[in-house]
Ligand binder design. Sequence first.
Ligand SMILES: Nc1nc2c(ncn2[C@@H]2O[C@H](COP(=O)(O)OP(=O)(O)O)[C@@H](O)[C@H]2O)c(=O)[nH]1
Ligand SMILES: [Mg+2]
Length: 353
Amino acid sequence: MKLGIIGLPQVGKTTIFNALTRGDYPITMSGGRLKVHMAVIDVPDPRVDALSQLYHPRKIAYAKVNYTDIAGLEGTTGGNLSGSLLAELSQMDGFIHVVRCFENPSVSHIQGSVSPQRDVDTMEEEFILNDLIQVERRLERLDEDRKRNRGDKTEIAREEVLFQKLSAHLSDELPLRVCELTVDEAKAISGYGFLSLKPLLIIPNLGDDQQPPALDVPDESVVVAIQGRLEMEIAQLQPEDAQLFMDEYDIAEPSLHRMIRESYQLMNLQSFFTVGEDEVRAWTIHRGMTAPEAAGVIHSDLQKGFIRAEVVSCDDLLSYGSITAARAKGLVRLEGKAYHPQDSDIMHVLFNV
Ligand SMILES: Nc1nc2c(ncn2[C@@H]2O[C@H](COP(=O)(O)OP(=O)(O)O)[C@@H](O)[C@H]2O)c(=O)[nH]1
Ligand SMILES: [Mg+2]
């Protein structure tokens, strides 16, 4: 799962990326004016920490999210994003839009002044226009196919209806994220990489002592305000020093952690856990997966040979201190192939190959 960190120039994208990577060595690629940095980040998870305290495992594995710092968006191009930038953006599974709120006279703003709402709208507009152009192009192709008797007639007619619906929606200046689509329609357009369809997390980047701005955003986007520079400074401290610093300023948890968790949920991901003295591990699944599909994330043999799973909630395991104790309380369930694992489930898969 890949999340792109986007935004206008000088809004704090790289600052936030550095906070995420804590000075780790990101993979750097560079092509033309497009600079892309990528890093795989652990999803901070107090449940994994608590389970690790219980088991003292040799290995601890958190869930992971892949972040890419994408430069090169410079304002509105009227839907004409350069090919390489568009290709990069289309590959992402979701976006983190960093919006500048901090005032800093020595850092210029490409639009001349700081205005979070205008920047949110600018990016949305840009994505909508780019999608509209793709949709119009597809409609032209379909029209040509029809005229030249190419392809399957009913298939072409069906697609035309769908793309006309998308065109009308985008022409109303609405992102595809809020377009009502059937499961089949969603599947039919999933390969196009439409930008305004991808889940969006908006990050107002606040200056010191600044309050988050009131933002008008489409229903389905999530907003998490952070102080980018402060987060980067905390992330670059040694863990003990970071704790002291947070105690002093009464910060329970870096907002960055919340941002990472929100971005994980944004992509419809959730975690189940496996526990033991060898390893405590968070596994990532899509919401709605069945138990055998979830088992397949661990190993394909577990999916093929799935018999059933022993399941206990993380809270119950932590309250009773061991699987045996939880079982004695009747809190360990046996679940079959039709079960949909829930967030926080601890699963032990029984299988036979
Ligand atoms: N005052 C203040 N300055 C910031 C903050 N975040 C970033 N900056 C400054 O803004 C400039 C641009 O930041 P950068 O992360 O490179 O922006 P990018 O172009 O979006 O990647 C740098 O000089 C940063 O030090 C912040 O939260 N507060
Ligand atoms: Mg940058």
